[in-house]
Design a protein around this ligand. Structure first.
Ligand code: SF4
Ligand code: SF4
Length: 417
């Protein structure tokens, strides 16, 4: 590999300084799900960074090997938490995927469908609504899982539960604070959240209001762009992020509260994409549990006699460094017993749209998580990210477990009613 003096001139040259932070110590390897599954150096963080550096230095072509390894990576960022050298792996991966996409190196059918959906459906609430309505009709007629069984058997357990229409209603523009008012916060409504997790958005607004905050559903907000950016569409990801930055800046908010870990992690890094406007957005963004723990929970809590296994979403624990707050809030609920399991901060294999693009690796990663959860047999598995909820629900179905899978705010809402 080229050394020192000549400036790197390869297609990933701008990534070169970031790759040099890796000192090849290997401490991340045992935390990397794809390395654990394959035992291959090239499927480890160190191996991928080595490939990126080789491409940056012009020693390795930007070709199929890096494209395959960038696609097989879950983007879980467990390697960042484990790394003593401060390697910003998530940023390196995002930019590598963008170059791979620009070079047309991953043109699988599943990737083309994903690209179409992320460009033409997900950012458009009406189109997404129609699609979910179609899914609901398919579910009523028993056609959705049948179609998946015939067309994509690996994915049949992943068909999401479609909530009743009553849960798919928009939040009011303002949910007023109950009792003494403590502040005014915004809520990120998201793209799939209103259609598939409207109950979680409603529970989030209610618990914030019960704790004394006016909750503003700013107009002009929408899909945050995280899914697009993670899939290699950096341009659209940044465009959607900018739209949100503008929408939230127009309201005078003390904080922007987010209940989807993947979106929260992306908004917190908005400065890297949007400069000053992004820094302002990032500075206000808080995960819902983190926010309520910092502010101090004050609503009365009733009893919930449940054994709950909390599971850390990667983009909350590794992407935002939030692990204690959800556990601490849940532990306050009288009667609720938190049960630890062996793999709380390992990836579940959802990783945005990864489970649809790399179903075999996703299933292997999920299996490890579900074995750990099955061993403690909880009443509820709580996790704060919609993709993780859907993935773990699929794992529950596959294993025939009795556990309900819920967002922590749903349990806090039930306890504070
Ligand atoms: S992001 Fe996750 S899957 Fe990718 S290299 Fe890091 S630990 Fe491995
Ligand atoms: S822990 Fe950090 S420095 Fe060590 S090999 Fe992994 S990425 Fe490189």
């Amino acid at each position: 590999m080229a050394s020192g003096s000549a400036p790197p001139a390869g297609p990933l040259a701008d990534l070169h300084p970031g790759t040099l932070d890796c000192v090849h110590c290997g401490l991340c390897l045992q935390h990397c799900p794809t390395y654990i599954e394959t035992g291959r150096e090239t499927s480890s963080p160190r191996g991928r960074i080595y490939l990126m550096r080789g491409v940056a230095e012009g020693e390795i072509p930007l070709g199929e090997v890096l494209a395959e390894e960038a696609a097989l990576c879950l983007g879980c960022r467990a390697c960042e938490t484990a790394c003593p050298s401060g390697v910003r792996y998530g940023a390196l991966l995002e930019r590598t995927r963008a170059r791979v996409a620009e070079a047309g190196l991953d043109e699988r059918t599943s990737r083309r469908i994903e690209r179409f959906a992320l460009r033409k459906v997900v950012p458009y609430p009406r189109r997404l609504r129609r699609l979910v309505s179609l899914l609901a009709l398919g579910r009523t007629l028993g056609l959705d899982r049948l179609a998946l069984r015939l067309l994509a058997p690996d994915l049949r357990d992943l068909a999401p539960d479609v909530p009743p229409r009553a849960e798919r209603v928009p939040l009011p523009p303002v949910t007023p604070a109950e009792g003494a008012r403590r502040g005014r916060v915004g809520i990120l409504i998201g793209c799939v959240m209103p259609e598939l997790f409207g109950a979680v958005n409603a529970a989030t607004a209610r618990i914030l209001a019960r704790n004394g905050f006016d909750v503003v559903a700013s107009t002009g907000q929408g899909c945050c762009g995280a899914l697009q950016a993670h899939a290699g569409d950096a341009h659209l990801g940044t465009e959607l992020l900018a739209r949100n930055a503008q929408a939230f800046a127009a309201d005078d908010l003390d904080a922007l509260v987010v209940n989807s870990a993947g979106c929260g992690a992306f908004l917190r890094e908005a400065g890297a994409h949007l400069g000053e406007a992004g820094e302002a957005l990032a500075g206000k963004t808080r995960d819902v549990c983190e926010f309520l723990e910092e502010a101090g929970w004050r609503a009365p809590l009733g009893e919930l006699r449940l054994r709950v296994a909390y599971d850390d979403p990667c983009h909350l624990v590794h992407g935002q460094g939030v692990a204690a707050a959800p556990r601490s809030l849940l532990a306050r609920v009288p009667g609720l017993e938190l049960v630890e399991h062996a793999e709380p901060d390992a990836c579940c294999g959802a990783a945005g749209t990864y489970n649809l693009i790399e179903p075999a690796m996703s299933a292997a990663v999920l299996e490890r998580k579900m074995a750990a959860l099955a061993a403690v047999d909880p009443d509820v598995i709580a996790t704060g990210n919609p993709g993780c909820i859907m993935q773990i629900r699929a794992g529950v179905r596959r294993r025939g477990l009795r556990a309900r899978v819920a967002h922590p705010v749903e349990l806090l809402d039930e306890a504070s009613r």
